[in-house]
Design a protein around this ligand. Structure first.
Ligand code: HEM
Length: 509
């Protein structure tokens, strides 16, 4: 009997607690418009339970209300809190400017799956906050501020074209995301720690397999929602963990070897030119040498975690941007023609691959606008990570209490009707005047957490697209699921990954 009363009490208390959290809210929260209740429920259920992609739920349940108000709150079932979503340019700017107040959420150690922990660790540039985050940036910023040789991307593009040309023997129609993904992985492996994954050549490289399996494993929502599953026999993912160990061991060996070489050179006052690759790892180790205080340096484990973060943060994002640009140019033939004309004007029309040099890249105008417009209409990262106010503050006329969760919404900012006319139309010319788009176009985020790989990605996109439009022409395969909008699938880090992006290609030479 007591047990039954206990169960009743528990159920009633849970319901009371739940309704209290939703309906009894502070006056500060009350001033912020709410997402209508039905849409709120649909948003939570479709995203967390039905596993719909984030972009799908944003388009269906958030965007209309956000367009009306530029700010709104919804109840997030997973974190059990109200979240304030922001898309108005001025409000977003304020959040990014007050980055000491709006901090990223600290990782809840209990809620992280074992696979994720093995991959990311706790200490890395993406998750750390405050002084620890600054330490990662201090060492990484100089590494990212170097310019990237166009040949790094151009030679890989040529390799990719060879592989694509072979595909033509089977069919001229293929999922282009598959190809841009192998291209960006190879570029990052080389740029980050001098390692060629040989993903373009589909050589079956063990490290590539390990990395791809790790990313897939970490995207598995079951384990993200219920990390405890990994402790239950039958649910353990031993193969995944073996691959993760392998991935960590290989990258760790590269870091240790590189450290040894640089240490040896320093000890012997050997100022001869270092002959190894000038990659991010090299520049980060060099930047560390200038940090006198040992506490300002990164540990080997932190360096390892950052290398993996660079892979994850830079791989799919740039691959999405490239595949999306190809999609929009396929849907808008006149834009494709203009991009091709620009590339041919700068590189000539000789029927062979030519890598643009740095001077030629500076001449690009239209292709730059294509890149910007693509990331406006289809930002690879549709949202930034949640932020938490660490003290009472204001954004615009709204009072934000300490502890409130805020989310800058890049996709909604880029589709705000106030800022963008015909926001779903692909019109690269919008970017002909930079001043018109300041603060309204933030595909790389803003403030102190702004994307560190922005220039790297832009350099990569410029070289790739300039060469690609000279080499191929294409149109979207009919009938296409992407006829109205670029459709996406659910993934790790809520990226807007295209789903089966089949395109019909023709070789120009
Ligand atoms: C089209 C390509 C890319 C897009 C759209 C993109 C977008 C973003 C965005 C929106 C953020 C901010 C997230 C937040 O505020 O919560 C971010 C952060 C970050 N990105 Fe990118 N990114 C791209 C490419 C890259 C590349 C190529 C790299 C590395 C090689 C990279 C590394 C990072 C890192 C390490 C952070 C975290 C920075 C920090 O918290 O200090 N990203 N990126």
């Amino acid at each position: 009997m007591i047990f039954i009363y206990g169960v009743y009490f528990f159920l009633f208390y849970s319901l009371y607690y739940f309704f209290k959290k939703i309906f009894i809210i502070s006056p500060e929260l009350r001033q912020i418009p709410s997402l209508p209740l039905i849409q709120n429920i649909q948003f939570d259920l479709k995203f967390y339970l039905a596993g719909e992609p984030l972009l799908y739920v944003i388009r269906h349940y958030l965007i209309e209300s956000l367009n009306k108000h530029g700010i709104l709150k919804y109840y997030d079932l997973l974190i059990g809190k109200w979240v304030i979503v922001v898309s108005k340019p001025e409000l977003m700017k304020e959040i990014f400017q007050k980055s000491d107040v709006f901090q990223k959420l600290e990782r809840n150690k209990q809620k992280v799956s074992e696979a994720e922990l093995k991959f990311f660790g706790y200490n890395n540039i993406l998750f750390e906050i405050n002084e620890a985050h600054l330490r990662h940036r201090r060492v990484s910023n100089p590494a990212f501020s170097h310019s990237w040789p166009p040949e790094l991307f151009g030679n890989l593009a040529i390799e990719l074209f060879e592989v694509m040309d072979k595909e033509f023997e089977k069919s001229p129609t293929f999922d282009i995301f598959h190809f841009t993904k192998s291209f960006t992985l190879d570029a990052l492996g080389l740029a980050a720690f001098g390692y060629n994954f040989r993903g373009i050549r589909k050589s079956g490289n063990e490290l590539e397999k390990a990395y791809l399996m790790a990313v897939d494993g970490m995207s598995d929502k079951k384990y993200n929602l219920f990390p405890v599953l990994e402790k239950i026999p039958g649910f353990r993912r031993s193969e995944l963990f073996n691959r993760l160990d392998y991935l960590n061991d290989v990258i760790l060996d590269i870091i240790k070897e590189r450290k040894q070489i640089l240490k040896f050179k320093k000890a012997n006052n050997d100022n001869d030119d270092y002959e190894g690759p000038r990659d991010l790892l090299y520049y980060m180790l060099k930047a560390e040498e200038t940090q006198d205080d040992l506490k300002s340096r990164l540990t080997t484990e932190e360096l390892l975690n950052d290398m993996k973060i660079f892979l994850v943060a830079g791989h799919d994002t740039t691959a999405i941007a490239l595949a999306a640009a190809i999609y929009f140019l396929g849907m808008n033939q006149e834009c494709q023609e203009k991009a091709r004309e620009e590339s041919i004007r700068i590189l000539g029309d000789e029927k062979k691959n030519i890598i643009p040099n740095s001077e030629q890249i500076k001449e690009l105008k239209y292709i730059n606008m294509v890149i910007k417009e693509t990331m406006r209409i289809h930002p690879p990262a549709s949202v930034t990570g949640f932020r938490r106010a660490n003290k009472d503050t204001r954004i615009g006329k709204y009072v934000i209490k300490e502890g409130t969760i805020v989310e800058p919404q890049i996709y909604a900012l880029h589709h705000s009707e106030e800022s963008w006319e015909d926001s779903y139309k692909f019109k690269p010319e919008r970017f002909s005047n930079e001043k018109d788009t300041a603060n309204k176009h933030l595909p790389f985020g803003g403030g102190n957490r702004m994307c560190i790989g922005m220039n790297f990605s832009l350099a990569e996109q410029r070289v790739f697209l300039t060469m690609f439009v000279r080499k191929y022409s294409w149109k979207i395969t009919e009938p296409s699921i992407h006829k109205d909008k670029l459709q996406t699938k659910p993934t790790l880090l809520t990226l807007a990954v295209p789903r089966n992006l089949e395109i019909d290609f023709e070789r120009r030479y």
